[in-house]
Design a protein around this ligand. Structure first.
Ligand SMILES: Cc1ncc(COP(=O)(O)O)c(C=O)c1O
Length: 407
Protein backbone atom coordinates (compact mmCIF):
# COMPACT_ATOMS: atom_id res chain seq x y z
CA UNK A 1 0.00 0.00 0.00
CA UNK A 2 1.60 3.35 -0.97
CA UNK A 3 1.53 5.24 2.31
CA UNK A 4 1.63 8.93 2.99
CA UNK A 5 5.28 9.79 3.52
CA UNK A 6 6.85 12.26 5.91
CA UNK A 7 10.40 13.01 7.05
CA UNK A 8 9.20 14.11 10.46
CA UNK A 9 9.59 11.99 13.57
CA UNK A 10 6.50 10.29 14.90
CA UNK A 11 6.27 12.51 18.00
CA UNK A 12 6.25 15.57 15.71
CA UNK A 13 3.54 14.11 13.48
CA UNK A 14 1.47 13.24 16.54
CA UNK A 15 1.50 16.92 17.55
CA UNK A 16 1.32 18.55 14.12
CA UNK A 17 -0.09 16.03 11.67
CA UNK A 18 -2.53 17.86 9.42
CA UNK A 19 -4.59 19.80 11.94
CA UNK A 20 -5.04 23.01 10.00
CA UNK A 21 -5.92 21.41 6.67
CA UNK A 22 -9.43 22.87 6.60
CA UNK A 23 -8.85 26.10 8.47
CA UNK A 24 -9.61 29.37 6.71
CA UNK A 25 -8.97 31.51 9.79
CA UNK A 26 -5.50 30.09 10.53
CA UNK A 27 -6.63 28.40 13.77
CA UNK A 28 -3.86 26.59 15.61
CA UNK A 29 -6.47 24.11 16.78
CA UNK A 30 -9.05 23.00 14.21
CA UNK A 31 -12.62 24.23 14.72
CA UNK A 32 -15.46 21.87 15.54
CA UNK A 33 -17.80 21.91 12.56
CA UNK A 34 -20.96 21.20 14.51
CA UNK A 35 -23.35 21.17 11.58
CA UNK A 36 -25.61 18.51 10.10
CA UNK A 37 -25.81 20.06 6.68
CA UNK A 38 -24.03 22.55 4.40
CA UNK A 39 -25.45 25.26 2.16
CA UNK A 40 -24.94 25.12 -1.59
CA UNK A 41 -24.06 28.22 -3.62
CA UNK A 42 -26.79 27.45 -6.12
CA UNK A 43 -28.70 24.50 -7.59
CA UNK A 44 -26.03 23.73 -10.15
CA UNK A 45 -23.25 23.58 -7.54
CA UNK A 46 -25.47 21.51 -5.22
CA UNK A 47 -26.26 18.91 -7.84
CA UNK A 48 -22.60 18.99 -8.91
CA UNK A 49 -21.49 18.12 -5.36
CA UNK A 50 -23.93 15.20 -5.36
CA UNK A 51 -22.71 14.07 -8.75
CA UNK A 52 -19.07 14.31 -7.65
CA UNK A 53 -18.19 16.89 -10.31
CA UNK A 54 -17.85 19.74 -7.74
CA UNK A 55 -16.00 19.86 -4.42
CA UNK A 56 -18.02 20.55 -1.31
CA UNK A 57 -19.72 19.05 1.69
CA UNK A 58 -23.28 17.74 1.60
CA UNK A 59 -24.26 16.30 4.97
CA UNK A 60 -22.29 15.23 8.05
CA UNK A 61 -23.20 11.55 7.72
CA UNK A 62 -21.33 11.66 4.40
CA UNK A 63 -18.41 13.92 5.41
CA UNK A 64 -17.50 16.68 7.86
CA UNK A 65 -14.38 18.89 7.95
CA UNK A 66 -13.46 18.12 11.60
CA UNK A 67 -13.91 14.39 11.06
CA UNK A 68 -11.88 14.65 7.84
CA UNK A 69 -8.93 16.05 9.81
CA UNK A 70 -9.03 13.15 12.27
CA UNK A 71 -9.26 10.65 9.40
CA UNK A 72 -6.32 12.25 7.61
CA UNK A 73 -4.27 12.28 10.79
CA UNK A 74 -4.94 8.63 11.57
CA UNK A 75 -4.05 7.63 7.99
CA UNK A 76 -0.75 9.49 8.35
CA UNK A 77 0.07 8.08 11.79
CA UNK A 78 -0.77 4.48 10.87
CA UNK A 79 0.93 4.75 7.47
CA UNK A 80 -2.23 3.94 5.49
CA UNK A 81 -3.77 5.77 2.54
CA UNK A 82 -7.12 6.71 4.07
CA UNK A 83 -9.20 6.34 7.24
CA UNK A 84 -12.83 6.32 8.37
CA UNK A 85 -13.96 7.54 11.78
CA UNK A 86 -16.96 5.66 13.18
CA UNK A 87 -19.29 6.00 16.15
CA UNK A 88 -17.50 3.33 18.20
CA UNK A 89 -14.83 0.65 17.98
CA UNK A 90 -17.61 -1.91 17.58
CA UNK A 91 -19.10 -0.08 14.60
CA UNK A 92 -15.64 0.07 13.00
CA UNK A 93 -15.36 -3.73 13.31
CA UNK A 94 -18.96 -4.28 12.14
CA UNK A 95 -18.44 -1.95 9.16
CA UNK A 96 -15.49 -3.86 7.82
CA UNK A 97 -16.91 -7.33 8.53
CA UNK A 98 -20.29 -6.49 6.97
CA UNK A 99 -18.65 -4.99 3.91
CA UNK A 100 -16.35 -7.93 3.25
CA UNK A 101 -18.60 -10.89 4.07
CA UNK A 102 -22.00 -12.04 2.81
CA UNK A 103 -24.26 -14.96 3.88
CA UNK A 104 -22.47 -18.34 3.58
CA UNK A 105 -19.06 -16.69 3.80
CA UNK A 106 -16.71 -17.28 6.70
CA UNK A 107 -13.71 -15.61 8.30
CA UNK A 108 -10.90 -16.70 10.59
CA UNK A 109 -10.31 -14.95 13.91
CA UNK A 110 -8.23 -15.57 16.98
CA UNK A 111 -10.67 -16.29 19.81
CA UNK A 112 -8.96 -14.09 22.39
CA UNK A 113 -10.63 -10.79 21.52
CA UNK A 114 -12.70 -8.11 23.25
CA UNK A 115 -15.98 -9.63 24.54
CA UNK A 116 -18.08 -7.30 22.34
CA UNK A 117 -16.13 -8.37 19.26
CA UNK A 118 -16.66 -12.00 20.22
CA UNK A 119 -20.43 -11.42 20.55
CA UNK A 120 -20.57 -9.62 17.19
CA UNK A 121 -18.73 -12.49 15.52
CA UNK A 122 -20.25 -15.40 17.37
CA UNK A 123 -23.88 -14.24 17.60
CA UNK A 124 -24.76 -11.38 15.25
CA UNK A 125 -22.68 -12.44 12.24
CA UNK A 126 -23.67 -16.08 12.72
CA UNK A 127 -27.32 -14.93 12.61
CA UNK A 128 -26.53 -13.52 9.17
CA UNK A 129 -24.93 -16.86 8.15
CA UNK A 130 -21.45 -15.33 8.25
CA UNK A 131 -19.46 -17.91 10.18
CA UNK A 132 -16.49 -17.16 12.42
CA UNK A 133 -13.82 -19.86 12.48
CA UNK A 134 -12.01 -19.32 15.74
CA UNK A 135 -8.50 -20.39 16.54
CA UNK A 136 -7.05 -20.33 20.04
CA UNK A 137 -4.00 -18.15 20.79
CA UNK A 138 -2.01 -21.33 21.49
CA UNK A 139 -2.53 -22.52 17.89
CA UNK A 140 -2.34 -19.05 16.37
CA UNK A 141 1.42 -19.38 15.73
CA UNK A 142 1.01 -22.36 13.42
CA UNK A 143 0.71 -21.59 9.73
CA UNK A 144 -0.68 -25.08 9.21
CA UNK A 145 -3.45 -24.74 11.84
CA UNK A 146 -4.52 -21.33 10.53
CA UNK A 147 -4.37 -22.58 6.93
CA UNK A 148 -6.71 -25.49 7.78
CA UNK A 149 -9.50 -22.99 8.56
CA UNK A 150 -9.30 -21.10 5.28
CA UNK A 151 -11.32 -22.10 2.22
CA UNK A 152 -12.73 -20.43 -0.88
CA UNK A 153 -15.46 -18.69 1.15
CA UNK A 154 -13.06 -17.15 3.68
CA UNK A 155 -13.27 -13.39 3.26
CA UNK A 156 -10.80 -12.07 5.83
CA UNK A 157 -8.52 -12.86 8.78
CA UNK A 158 -8.96 -10.96 12.05
CA UNK A 159 -6.56 -10.62 14.98
CA UNK A 160 -6.29 -8.42 18.03
CA UNK A 161 -2.79 -7.95 19.45
CA UNK A 162 -2.07 -7.57 22.31
CA UNK A 163 -5.26 -9.53 22.86
CA UNK A 164 -7.96 -8.47 25.28
CA UNK A 165 -7.82 -9.63 28.08
CA UNK A 166 -5.18 -12.38 27.97
CA UNK A 167 -2.38 -10.17 26.60
CA UNK A 168 -1.51 -12.87 24.08
CA UNK A 169 0.65 -11.49 21.30
CA UNK A 170 -0.32 -12.61 17.81
CA UNK A 171 2.37 -12.61 15.14
CA UNK A 172 1.18 -9.99 12.62
CA UNK A 173 3.84 -10.90 10.06
CA UNK A 174 2.89 -14.56 10.13
CA UNK A 175 -0.82 -13.83 9.72
CA UNK A 176 -0.22 -11.25 6.98
CA UNK A 177 1.90 -13.72 5.00
CA UNK A 178 -0.96 -16.24 5.18
CA UNK A 179 -3.51 -13.57 4.20
CA UNK A 180 -1.37 -12.48 1.25
CA UNK A 181 -0.89 -16.04 0.03
CA UNK A 182 -4.69 -16.54 0.08
CA UNK A 183 -5.37 -13.07 -1.39
CA UNK A 184 -7.63 -12.05 1.50
CA UNK A 185 -7.16 -9.05 3.80
CA UNK A 186 -5.71 -9.23 7.31
CA UNK A 187 -7.51 -6.97 9.78
CA UNK A 188 -5.64 -6.01 12.95
CA UNK A 189 -7.32 -4.47 15.98
CA UNK A 190 -4.53 -2.20 17.21
CA UNK A 191 -6.44 -0.77 20.18
CA UNK A 192 -4.23 -2.13 22.99
CA UNK A 193 -0.96 -0.96 21.43
CA UNK A 194 -2.25 2.28 19.87
CA UNK A 195 -0.65 3.60 16.72
CA UNK A 196 2.36 4.81 18.73
CA UNK A 197 3.54 1.37 19.88
CA UNK A 198 2.72 -0.80 16.87
CA UNK A 199 2.48 -0.27 13.10
CA UNK A 200 0.57 -3.23 11.61
CA UNK A 201 0.92 -1.95 8.02
CA UNK A 202 4.72 -2.23 8.26
CA UNK A 203 4.15 -5.91 9.10
CA UNK A 204 1.86 -6.54 6.13
CA UNK A 205 -1.63 -5.91 7.56
CA UNK A 206 -4.33 -4.59 5.20
CA UNK A 207 -6.81 -2.90 7.55
CA UNK A 208 -6.14 -1.45 11.01
CA UNK A 209 -8.90 -0.88 13.54
CA UNK A 210 -8.97 1.15 16.75
CA UNK A 211 -11.45 1.65 19.47
CA UNK A 212 -10.62 5.37 19.69
CA UNK A 213 -12.49 5.30 22.99
CA UNK A 214 -9.26 4.00 24.51
CA UNK A 215 -5.71 5.33 24.05
CA UNK A 216 -6.41 7.63 21.09
CA UNK A 217 -9.02 9.64 23.01
CA UNK A 218 -7.07 8.86 26.17
CA UNK A 219 -9.30 10.63 28.68
CA UNK A 220 -12.29 8.34 29.10
CA UNK A 221 -14.77 10.90 27.79
CA UNK A 222 -15.80 9.67 24.33
CA UNK A 223 -16.78 6.58 22.34
CA UNK A 224 -15.31 6.31 18.85
CA UNK A 225 -13.75 4.01 16.27
CA UNK A 226 -11.18 4.28 13.49
CA UNK A 227 -10.55 2.21 10.37
CA UNK A 228 -7.40 2.69 8.28
CA UNK A 229 -6.46 1.05 4.98
CA UNK A 230 -6.07 1.60 1.25
CA UNK A 231 -8.04 4.36 -0.43
CA UNK A 232 -9.95 1.75 -2.42
CA UNK A 233 -10.88 -0.32 0.63
CA UNK A 234 -11.91 2.72 2.68
CA UNK A 235 -14.09 3.99 -0.18
CA UNK A 236 -15.71 0.58 -0.44
CA UNK A 237 -16.46 0.40 3.31
CA UNK A 238 -17.78 3.94 3.28
CA UNK A 239 -20.03 3.34 0.29
CA UNK A 240 -21.23 -0.16 1.11
CA UNK A 241 -21.73 0.25 4.83
CA UNK A 242 -20.98 3.47 6.70
CA UNK A 243 -22.90 5.85 4.44
CA UNK A 244 -26.05 3.73 4.37
CA UNK A 245 -26.05 2.14 7.84
CA UNK A 246 -24.85 5.44 9.29
CA UNK A 247 -22.50 4.64 12.23
CA UNK A 248 -20.67 7.95 11.94
CA UNK A 249 -18.66 9.80 14.56
CA UNK A 250 -19.85 13.07 16.05
CA UNK A 251 -17.67 16.08 15.04
CA UNK A 252 -17.30 16.92 18.73
CA UNK A 253 -15.90 13.46 19.45
CA UNK A 254 -13.54 13.78 16.46
CA UNK A 255 -12.28 17.05 17.94
CA UNK A 256 -11.75 15.48 21.39
CA UNK A 257 -9.87 12.56 19.82
CA UNK A 258 -7.68 14.99 17.86
CA UNK A 259 -6.91 16.73 21.13
CA UNK A 260 -6.22 13.42 22.86
CA UNK A 261 -3.85 12.26 20.12
CA UNK A 262 -1.56 15.25 20.69
CA UNK A 263 -0.31 13.70 23.93
CA UNK A 264 -0.37 10.09 22.68
CA UNK A 265 3.41 9.63 22.60
CA UNK A 266 3.86 11.02 26.11
CA UNK A 267 0.98 9.01 27.48
CA UNK A 268 1.99 5.71 25.86
CA UNK A 269 5.53 6.09 27.18
CA UNK A 270 4.23 6.66 30.70
CA UNK A 271 1.54 3.93 30.49
CA UNK A 272 4.23 1.48 29.32
CA UNK A 273 6.83 2.47 31.94
CA UNK A 274 4.27 2.32 34.75
CA UNK A 275 2.94 -1.05 33.55
CA UNK A 276 6.43 -2.54 33.28
CA UNK A 277 7.22 -1.48 36.86
CA UNK A 278 3.91 -2.85 38.19
CA UNK A 279 4.19 -6.11 36.20
CA UNK A 280 7.69 -6.75 37.58
CA UNK A 281 6.45 -6.06 41.10
CA UNK A 282 3.41 -8.33 40.68
CA UNK A 283 5.63 -11.06 39.26
CA UNK A 284 7.67 -11.15 42.50
CA UNK A 285 4.65 -11.04 44.82
CA UNK A 286 4.12 -14.32 46.63
CA UNK A 287 0.34 -13.98 46.55
CA UNK A 288 0.25 -13.53 42.77
CA UNK A 289 0.03 -16.73 40.78
CA UNK A 290 0.57 -15.46 37.24
CA UNK A 291 1.25 -12.19 35.45
CA UNK A 292 0.60 -11.63 31.76
CA UNK A 293 2.53 -8.65 30.44
CA UNK A 294 4.26 -8.85 27.04
CA UNK A 295 7.20 -6.81 28.33
CA UNK A 296 8.23 -9.49 30.83
CA UNK A 297 10.90 -11.87 29.54
CA UNK A 298 8.77 -14.67 31.04
CA UNK A 299 5.77 -13.80 28.81
CA UNK A 300 5.06 -16.65 26.38
CA UNK A 301 5.22 -14.35 23.34
CA UNK A 302 7.86 -11.90 24.55
CA UNK A 303 10.07 -12.45 21.47
CA UNK A 304 7.26 -11.57 19.07
CA UNK A 305 6.22 -8.60 21.21
CA UNK A 306 9.80 -7.25 21.09
CA UNK A 307 9.80 -7.61 17.33
CA UNK A 308 6.48 -5.90 16.63
CA UNK A 309 6.04 -3.36 19.44
CA UNK A 310 8.03 -0.28 20.39
CA UNK A 311 7.17 -0.66 24.09
CA UNK A 312 4.66 -3.01 25.68
CA UNK A 313 1.72 -0.79 26.59
CA UNK A 314 -0.36 -0.20 29.69
CA UNK A 315 -2.39 -3.41 29.94
CA UNK A 316 -1.64 -6.20 32.45
CA UNK A 317 -3.61 -9.32 33.32
CA UNK A 318 -2.87 -11.26 36.49
CA UNK A 319 -4.24 -13.93 38.74
CA UNK A 320 -3.89 -14.08 42.49
CA UNK A 321 -3.53 -17.23 44.55
CA UNK A 322 -7.01 -18.28 45.56
CA UNK A 323 -8.50 -17.51 42.13
CA UNK A 324 -11.78 -15.68 41.77
CA UNK A 325 -12.63 -15.35 45.49
CA UNK A 326 -9.25 -13.80 46.25
CA UNK A 327 -9.45 -11.68 43.09
CA UNK A 328 -12.77 -10.19 44.18
CA UNK A 329 -11.14 -8.99 47.43
CA UNK A 330 -8.76 -6.98 45.28
CA UNK A 331 -11.57 -5.52 43.15
CA UNK A 332 -13.64 -4.60 46.22
CA UNK A 333 -10.86 -2.91 48.15
CA UNK A 334 -8.80 -0.85 45.69
CA UNK A 335 -8.71 2.90 46.36
CA UNK A 336 -6.53 4.45 43.61
CA UNK A 337 -7.53 1.94 40.93
CA UNK A 338 -11.15 2.38 39.82
CA UNK A 339 -13.33 -0.68 39.42
CA UNK A 340 -14.48 -0.06 35.84
CA UNK A 341 -14.35 -1.55 32.36
CA UNK A 342 -12.74 0.27 29.40
CA UNK A 343 -9.04 1.05 29.22
CA UNK A 344 -6.45 3.54 28.05
CA UNK A 345 -7.60 6.33 30.37
CA UNK A 346 -5.42 8.54 32.59
CA UNK A 347 -6.86 6.73 35.63
CA UNK A 348 -5.90 3.13 36.43
CA UNK A 349 -8.90 0.86 35.85
CA UNK A 350 -9.32 -2.65 37.19
CA UNK A 351 -11.95 -5.21 36.21
CA UNK A 352 -12.82 -8.91 36.10
CA UNK A 353 -13.10 -10.12 32.45
CA UNK A 354 -14.97 -13.39 33.15
CA UNK A 355 -17.93 -11.59 34.79
CA UNK A 356 -17.62 -8.25 33.01
CA UNK A 357 -16.04 -7.51 29.58
CA UNK A 358 -15.92 -11.18 28.57
CA UNK A 359 -19.21 -12.38 30.05
CA UNK A 360 -20.33 -12.67 26.41
CA UNK A 361 -18.33 -15.93 26.29
CA UNK A 362 -19.63 -19.13 27.85
CA UNK A 363 -17.30 -20.69 30.43
CA UNK A 364 -16.20 -23.24 27.83
CA UNK A 365 -15.53 -20.55 25.24
CA UNK A 366 -13.50 -18.61 27.81
CA UNK A 367 -11.46 -21.71 28.63
CA UNK A 368 -10.66 -22.19 24.94
CA UNK A 369 -9.51 -18.57 24.75
CA UNK A 370 -7.41 -18.87 27.92
CA UNK A 371 -9.61 -16.47 29.95
CA UNK A 372 -9.54 -18.01 33.41
CA UNK A 373 -12.15 -17.21 36.06
CA UNK A 374 -9.53 -15.69 38.35
CA UNK A 375 -8.01 -13.36 35.74
CA UNK A 376 -7.97 -9.66 36.66
CA UNK A 377 -7.31 -6.99 34.02
CA UNK A 378 -5.50 -3.79 34.88
CA UNK A 379 -5.40 -0.75 32.60
CA UNK A 380 -2.45 1.07 34.11
CA UNK A 381 -2.97 4.83 34.17
CA UNK A 382 -0.72 7.84 34.38
CA UNK A 383 -0.50 8.11 38.16
CA UNK A 384 2.79 7.55 39.97
CA UNK A 385 3.41 3.80 39.67
CA UNK A 386 4.39 3.59 43.35
CA UNK A 387 0.92 4.74 44.39
CA UNK A 388 -0.70 2.06 42.23
CA UNK A 389 1.66 -0.54 43.69
CA UNK A 390 0.83 0.62 47.25
CA UNK A 391 -2.90 0.35 46.45
CA UNK A 392 -2.47 -3.20 45.12
CA UNK A 393 -0.21 -4.14 48.04
CA UNK A 394 -2.88 -2.99 50.50
CA UNK A 395 -5.51 -5.14 48.82
CA UNK A 396 -3.16 -8.13 48.46
CA UNK A 397 -2.53 -7.94 52.22
CA UNK A 398 -6.23 -8.88 52.64
CA UNK A 399 -5.72 -12.09 50.64
CA UNK A 400 -4.66 -15.19 52.57
CA UNK A 401 -0.94 -16.02 52.29
CA UNK A 402 -0.73 -19.43 50.53
CA UNK A 403 2.51 -20.32 52.38
CA UNK A 404 0.79 -19.99 55.80
CA UNK A 405 -1.04 -23.12 56.85
CA UNK A 406 -4.59 -22.78 58.17
CA UNK A 407 -4.87 -23.87 61.83
C1 LIG B 1 -9.59 -4.33 21.71
C2 LIG B 1 -10.94 -3.68 21.58
N1 LIG B 1 -11.48 -3.53 20.37
C3 LIG B 1 -12.69 -2.95 20.20
C4 LIG B 1 -13.43 -2.53 21.28
C5 LIG B 1 -14.79 -1.91 21.07
O1 LIG B 1 -14.68 -0.53 21.14
P1 LIG B 1 -15.88 0.45 21.59
O2 LIG B 1 -16.18 0.18 23.01
O3 LIG B 1 -15.30 1.81 21.32
O4 LIG B 1 -17.02 0.16 20.70
C6 LIG B 1 -12.89 -2.65 22.57
C7 LIG B 1 -13.65 -2.19 23.75
O5 LIG B 1 -13.27 -2.41 24.86
C8 LIG B 1 -11.61 -3.25 22.72
O6 LIG B 1 -11.06 -3.44 23.93
Amino acid sequence: MPKKTTDLAEETMIVHGCDTAHSTSRDLVPPIHMTSTYTFENAAQGSGVFAGTHDGYVYTRIANPTIDILQEKMAVLEGGEAAIATASGMSAIASVAMTLARPDDNFVACNSVYGGTFALFNVQLRNLRITPRFISPALSHSKKEIGKLIDKNTRFLFIETPANPTLDIIDIQLWSSIAASKKIPLIVDNTFASTYLQKPFNLGADIVIHSATKYLGGHGDIIGGILVGSQKMMERIKEEYVRDFGPVMSPFNAWLILRGIKTLALRMERHSDNAMKIAKWLKKHKKVESVHYPGLASHRNHTIAKRQMKKFGGMIAFEVNGGLIAGKRILDNVKICSLAVSLGDCETLIQHPASMTHSTYTKKEREKAGITDGLIRLSVGLENADDIIADLENTLSLVRDPSRKRR
